[in-house]
Design a protein around this ligand. Sequence first.
Ligand code: FES
Length: 94
Amino acid sequence: MPRVTFSKTGNSVELASGSSLIDMEDTGKSEVPFGCRSAACGTCLIDVVSGMNNLSPRTEEEQDLLSDLDMDGENRRLACQCKLHGDITVDALN
Ligand code: FES
């Protein structure tokens, strides 16, 4: 199963391939906070340290909010909008 590693702590979570990163919450080990879960609040903002190509592309709603927040650097994602297809390493920014 693909693994999400949190770069600051080295802790990690495994999720089934194709899972939403929101599913990290169900493991009780998520180090990424979630709010609206619908690309409206920005709470789940992450920096993808490695493995960006293992995430689904940005959604239109995600792109819009990242632009509004002036956070649309290429490594920035909203975790609530990402589907996982392979190993990644992330930093939570909130
Ligand atoms: S949880 Fe609100 S934007 Fe992701």
